[in-house]
Design a protein around this ligand. Structure first.
Ligand SMILES: Nc1ncnc2c1ncn2[C@@H]1O[C@H](COP(=O)(O)OP(=O)(O)OP(=O)(O)O)[C@@H](O)[C@H]1O
Ligand SMILES: [Mg+2]
Length: 360
């Protein structure tokens, strides 16, 4: 992996932290784990390694949830991270795999087009035709490799694939084996193998999670940030990290503007003002924390390249409109109402009011 890569994996970005956490980790670790469960929780939530190295927080939220997720992975039950869009399911899954198995790259992206061959194994047809079925002609999926090596495999957006394909996982999860009837063999899971799946319960086009499969997963629901302060803190932190990794031009601190952005997102998302006094129309989009982060990063790029190096109302406005107005009729009405009822009268918000009005 190199610095030129557009997006580096978690194990690459945090390689120093991972090394420090593995070193002198005297606590018991499950077979094939790179570190103890306690060290994994420290990696996700932040803290200090035994040698004093500072560990940054990857996830901001409830410790209990992360402990449950890590404890599940140490058992023979699989982990399903469930939640609304943008609640850090994929991010937590990537970091868990990086900490536990040292790699987050064993990944299957599930879609409506995913079939059983992408879950179990497929064949190298040139070899299959010339030599007939043989172990050499077997093309193993990330799941099959994870079973052999005793590592984690990530299944992204599990419920996007059809229920009958999801059921391919049943034998793997309960018997820990993957039969290959053509060769009369089976791929048996080594200790340390487990599955982290993510699924979101709001998007359109998702399938039911089959009940047989549901029983084999421990479900951990990742909630939206509970308070305005917590969400603002997450957005400020991630915008700084992502902007820096994209080497955007340096800008002055944007904390105040990002706080306004999160307030606006939360109020429209929840259909009421923070002080609970005014009811508002909601928008069709999810206006998740993840979207606030991307509006923040885009505004930074705008301010850094075209503005005067400060994220201001102008830099935010176009990006806010783009994020809120997904449905040109309904969402526009919601944003217009928000401007008139909330933004116009709020102290210190007139610049944002006019800037958004201009682009709307
Ligand atoms: N509580 C949180 N702590 C830290 N980062 C968060 C939190 N919530 C959201 N984020 C950030 O939001 C961004 C998007 O998260 P991610 O892509 O993992 O969401 P997701 O739940 O997988 O969404 P989707 O359902 O759309 O796939 C990441 O950069 C992540 O860091
Ligand atoms: Mg995701």
């Amino acid at each position: 992996m190199t610095e030129s890569q557009l997006r580096r994996s978690a194990e690459d970005i945090y390689s120093e932290e991972l090394k420090a956490l593995c070193k002198d980790d005297g606590r018991p670790r499950p077979a094939n784990w790179k570190m103890s469960p306690q060290a994994v929780v420290t990696f996700i939530l932040g803290g200090h390694a035994p040698d004093g190295t500072k560990i940054s927080a990857k996830y901001v939220g409830n410790r209990r949830l992360i402990e449950t997720a890590v404890a599940t992975l140490a058992t023979d039950r699989a982990l399903l991270l469930l939640g609304l869009p943008g609640t850090a399911k994929s991010w937590v899954s990537e970091n868990l795999a990086a900490a536990i198995s040292g790699s987050s790259q064993r990944l299957i992206q599930c879609t409506a087009g995913t079939d059983e061959n992408q879950i179990r194994y497929s064949w190298n047809y040139a070899l299959l035709l010339s030599k007939g079925p043989s172990p050499d002609a077997l093309v193993k999926t990330p799941l099959a490799r994870a079973m052999e090596d005793g590592t984690l495999v990530r299944l992204e957006e599990l419920t996007r694939m059809g229920s009958e394909v999801q059921d391919t996982l049943i034998t793997v999860l309960s018997e820990k084996t993957l039969p290959v009837p053509e060769l009369d063999i089976s791929i048996d899971a080594a200790r340390g193998f487990n599955v982290i799946a993510t699924a979101n319960n709001r998007d359109k086009g998702v399938n039911e999670l089959s009940s047989a499969l549901k029983r084999r997963f421990n479900v951990v629901v990742l909630p939206s940030p509970s308070s305005l302060d917590e969400e603002t803190q997450i957005v400020i932190k991630r915008v700084a990290e992502i902007g820096t990794s994209l080497t955007l031009p340096p800008i002055q601190s944007a904390d105040k503007e990002l706080a306004r952005l999160v307030t606006l997102f939360r109020e429209i998302r929840e259909g009421k003002t923070i002080n609970n006094k005014t009811k508002l129309k909601t928008s069709t989009g999810s206006l998740s924390t993840a979207e606030a982060i991307s509006v923040g990063v885009s505004a930074w790029a705008h301010a850094g390249h075209f503005g005067n190096g400060v994220i201001d109302a102008q830099a935010l406005a176009a990006n806010i409109v783009g994020a809120v107005v997904k449905d040109p009729v309904q969402d526009k009405v919601a944003l217009e109402e928000y401007l008139d009822v909330v933004a116009r009268g709020r102290d210190g918000w007139s610049d944002l009011y006019y800037a958004i009005r201009e682009v709307l």
